[in-house]
Design a binder for this molecule. Sequence first.
Ligand code: A2P
Length: 270
Amino acid sequence: TKTEEFAAKAPAAIPDGVYAETVLSVEHYTDRLFRFRMTRPAGFRFRSGEFAMIGLMVGDKPIYRAYSIASPSWDEELEFFSIKVPDGPLTSHLQKIQPGDTVLMRKKPTGTLVLDALTPGKRLYMFSTGTGIAPFASLIRDPETYEKFEEVILTHTCRDVAELKYGFDLMEEIRNHEFLAELVGDKLKHYPTVTREAYPFQGRITDLMESGKLYTDLGVPPLDPAADRGMICGSTAMLKDTKDLLEKAGLTEGANNKPAEFVIERAFVG
Ligand code: A2P
């Protein structure tokens, strides 16, 4: 019939019960990494460090993947930092978005990399590899992080130097920000390392923890469960190896309903 013919040609309708937001800006860092910002739905609330399900209509079906929200909870826009997987079901399409395009988001954010899941401490370590920096991009821009901790150490390890750029951009944004600059002061330390290219700070974070170089470089004492708290976000293997080292130092894993000394979350789209 004519109606069926029309339905087949019309753009697929946005599914019910999800947000449809507008892309505001896109920045490509490398052929593997990009960041984008989009509008934030009026009623959408989340805690810094949480993730949401982000999607696109692909043909007539929505495809979703979990993405850490990289912007802090006070921001009026939402930011995401994404990998580009050449034949990834979502990222092969998402990497082509332009300002003005529509991105879908499911309504309920969740996640364990939240300040509430940690017991009080002096120093907060955020260990990240690759796009695992995204939840920390949110937390380092949240004033609550600095109310709870005297010192915040963000480690970011990537294969090559170009992949570190998002982290440097974040640090510069904080330094130039009208209220964050003063509030953060010198409490935040950025520790970028690279594994497959020459760079002043080289090696996997796990190796730098084991050798103690991380602590001597930063001028801090080795991990101590009385003072130190941790959050980890990276590949499955990185999570396991880093978690083992934190446990060896005497820290225990926490959760939303049972705060403890460290929490972990997979960097989802890998
Ligand atoms: P490497 O180059 O030695 O594999 P990817 O882009 O593959 O997710 O890797 C991001 C970074 O995480 C790379 O620098 C990589 O180092 C590092 N990495 C990979 N596996 C581990 C692990 N098990 N523990 C710590 N770092 C890891």
